[in-house]
Design a protein around this ligand. Structure first.
Ligand code: FAD
Ligand code: SF4
Length: 513
């Protein structure tokens, strides 16, 4: 079938949605473009597995489109080596193939969105952008929800979503009589416990690695073994089904548990598949709810609700924050933090056992679960007063799922309180006591989690009390921090002085700890 005008349609690496309406018709006048670009592979310190996963997934996706009869140009780093930017590449392909229309799916990321808007404004081509058809809410709906200049708490947004999409609802009421089952969730792992083990793939990365090397892109982390992440729709769906059958019943209970006995625990590891759009959030939610409806005695409602909340609540919510607050959000620094990121974030070389494990596993798997990101590495960066730009850069690089629209609100907003409390109602800071309660790290650590100012005191403890002291003017009036300040005021003056002195020493030379 032939359409009117010769058209180029751009597919970015995180737009691998095979169910997009673009692909319902095979149109001879349309050329699809997927391209590996040096610029995209190096604008952040990406984990090598992230580069491998995106490049391999794009390769598979191109092959799939071709097999369905579409015309596809898939360019590797070798083909685009001379191209200085995405805009330059598009211009080149438009000219070479004498195309007159340019269409693209609107990027989630502000940087790419601006680039493509500028490109279209400065060229005579017809065309423009369409939706990625991926999220539960359209961009208009999400912007209309976040339109007013007020604070939007996740819990309200989540209830709005549950009602709108009628998920886990029973005659207008939440199934089970409650919106949130967190009280039954969030347990520490039992002492005698066998890790469930993650479903892993083994994709050959030899060619991709050679290509990256040829173009001087080193990547961060461990990348010499076969890639264990899913790179196709089929694998992503298989991973989701395996999660639902084997792991979901315990997901809620252990979602906040920390341990070095395993790296993925009961987490879904679906974020790469979702963020590359191989997997649709609606499909995942439907499967999860169906598992509960089909066999309620084999699933736990607390887990089902907890998991639905992550995708239908948090994921869509942070997108709303990003879309409605950019570009200012990217420079927010509400606590005026200035410190550099310690080098051990890159090497894992620290005596803090909890931190060393989170970073080592990140190097090895390009993955850490939410509480490792929030309450270990994120908590420490905030307590150390690291500049949010540096924290953002690290999180944008090191995880398999890191794409700015989801990474930034989680990092600046939730983890670093850089937006001044727009997303989180209080800073997510804790002493070592929280980590001790949720983990088995502390008993084997160089530091003593029961001390706050001695030479071997847990650095989280010294830094935590010092953080509260330092930001008293800004945070003391926050109702949710009253208890923390009451506890701070119970510390005897001399002990507090010693604690502040130790915190200063840690901030001066964090890499020595
Ligand atoms: P599970 O724990 O099994 O949860 C299931 C799914 O829910 C995830 O795949 C994800 O799609 C969604 N989800 C859960 N929590 C969140 C959240 N807070 N925001 C958005 N989606 C959520 N997530 C990313 O996808 N990309 C990022 O770059 C990213 N950066 C983060 C940075 C920080 C500092 C923090 C604290 C969190 C970040 N998250 C990010 C959120 C969360 O940690 C990951 O989505 C999750 O760990 C992915 O692993 P999983 O698929 O096993 O998730
Ligand atoms: Fe982490 Fe402190 Fe526990 Fe060591 S003692 S593992 S630094 S919380």
């Amino acid at each position: 079938m032939t359409a009117s005008l010769p058209t180029l349609r751009l597919i970015l690496g995180d737009q691998l949605n095979a169910n997009h309406s673009w692909f319902t018709i095979v149109d001879d006048s349309v050329v699809y473009l997927l391209a590996e670009l040096h610029e995209e592979a190096s604008y952040a310190p990406h984990h090598i597995q992230k580069l491998q996963a995106f490049f391999l997934a794009m390769q598979q996706f191109s092959a799939k489109l071709r097999k369905a009869g579409h015309t596809v140009i898939h360019l590797t780093l070798d083909d685009t080596a001379e191209c200085s930017s995405l805009a330059a590449l598009i211009e080149q392909v438009m000219n070479e193939h004498q195309l007159v229309r340019f269409e693209y799916q609107c990027p989630d990321e502000y940087r790419l969105r601006s680039q493509l808007e500028t490109l279209c404004k400065t060229h005579w081509w017809q065309g423009g952008s369409v939706s990625t058809e991926h999220f539960l809410l359209s961009e208009e709906e999400v912007l209309s929800y976040f339109a007013q200049d007020k604070q939007y708490r996740m819990e309200h947004f989540y209830r709005f979503m549950r009602k709108k999409f009628e998920v886990l609802m029973d005659n207008g009421k939440p199934v089970g009589g409650r919106w949130n089952f967190d009280q039954e969730n969030r347990k520490r792992l039992p002492k005698k416990w066998t890790p469930p083990g993650a479903l892993l793939y083994a994709h050959d990365v030899t060619e991709v690695n050679e290509r990256l090397k040829r173009h001087g892109i080193a990547g961060w982390g461990e990348g010499s073994k076969p890639l264990t992440w899913p790179i196709t729709v089929e694998e992503s769906e298989q991973l989701a089904r395996d999660f639902i059958a084997r792991l979901l019943p315990q997901f809620g209970r252990y979602q906040d548990a920390l341990t070095d006995r395993d790296w993925a625990l009961y987490h879904a590891r679906l974020s790469f598949s979702l963020n590359s759009k191989l997997l649709s959030p609606k499909w995942v939610i439907d499967q999860v709810v169906k598992a509960y409806v089909d066999a309620p005695d084999q699933q736990s409602l607390a887990s089902i609700e907890g998991f639905v909340r992550q995708i239908m609540g948090w994921r869509e919510y942070v997108r709303g924050i990003y879309l409605s607050r950019m570009p200012d959000y990217a420079t927010s620094n509400g606590l005026d933090n200035k410190a550099p990121l310690p080098n051990f974030y890159w090497t894992g070389d620290t005596n803090m056992r909890c931190v060393a494990h989170a970073i080592q596993q990140t190097k090895e798997h390009a993955y850490a679960h939410h509480i490792q990101r929030l309450m270990v590495t994120g908590n420490l960066a905030l307590l150390l007063g690291v500049h949010p730009d540096e924290v953002d850069r690290w999180y944008l690089g090191v995880y398999i799922d890191a794409i700015e629209w989801v990474e930034m609100p989680n990092t600046r907003g939730m983890s670093q309180y850089a937006d001044g409390g727009f997303l989180a109602s209080k800073p997510y800071v804790s002493s070592g006591k929280y980590i001790q309660r949720m983990s088995d790290y502390c008993q084997g650590c160089t530091y003593d989690v029961d001390q706050r100012h001695t030479d071997n005191a847990c650095p989280f403890n010294s830094l935590y009390w010092s953080f509260l002291h330092q930001h008293r003017d800004q945070l003391e009036s926050n109702q949710r921090m009253r208890m923390m300040y009451a506890n701070l005021d119970r510390i005897p003056a001399l002990e507090l002085d010693n604690t502040l002195a130790r915190a200063n020493a840690i901030r001066q030379a964090p890499d020595e700890f």
